[in-house]
Design a binder for this molecule. Sequence first.
Ligand code: 5GP
Length: 192
Amino acid sequence: MELLKERILRDGYVKDGDVLKVDSFLNHQIDVPLLCEIGAEFRRRFAEETVTKLLTIEASGIGIAVAAAPHFGNVPVLFAKKSKSRNLDGERYTTQVKSFTKGQVYDVQVAKKYLTPQDRVLILDDFLANGMALLGLADLVRQAGAALVGCGIVIEKGFQPGGALVRGKGIRVESLAVIDSVSQGRIQFAED
Ligand code: 5GP
């Protein structure tokens, strides 16, 4: 997606060797028209699929999924919660995810009543690095007996193992920008 790549080159920067910061338009301050374009592109990529729910993980995935929902017929957005929230009523599906940015393992959960065997789920997230977030979300879909349509990722770091790991499990992953390397702070995209 050219618009996205241009924006990453213009406003993104590399921190701590392999962390890409895109706080000015995706992860902290949000460029809403850009997110709407991103949502439209996800729909194009999964045009032939019936999707009944968009699943993501708090916090950065929420804005992405909300902007995508109108392109998927305004299906509900469900976001997995990272803490052992006492606000979640009733039974939950729980899995564990190791955070890429913080390094710690935490529980991720959704209420059972919002993920059912009738659902056809598209997972959306901002980054794909080691694939732990996606595999955790896919596990929640599996526990619910729902169908996993695939995963839509805004930025895949192709030099990290997550893409191969998740695709190796037979899960379709569509990434709108794939970064091949960030060596010496220079962002290089994979060939389309
Ligand atoms: P994974 O589970 O694939 O290792 O990492 C995915 C999660 O870690 C994403 O939800 C994202 O929040 C965070 N993440 C991974 N790599 C980056 C990065 O380079 N920059 C930022 N801002 N977040 C990242």
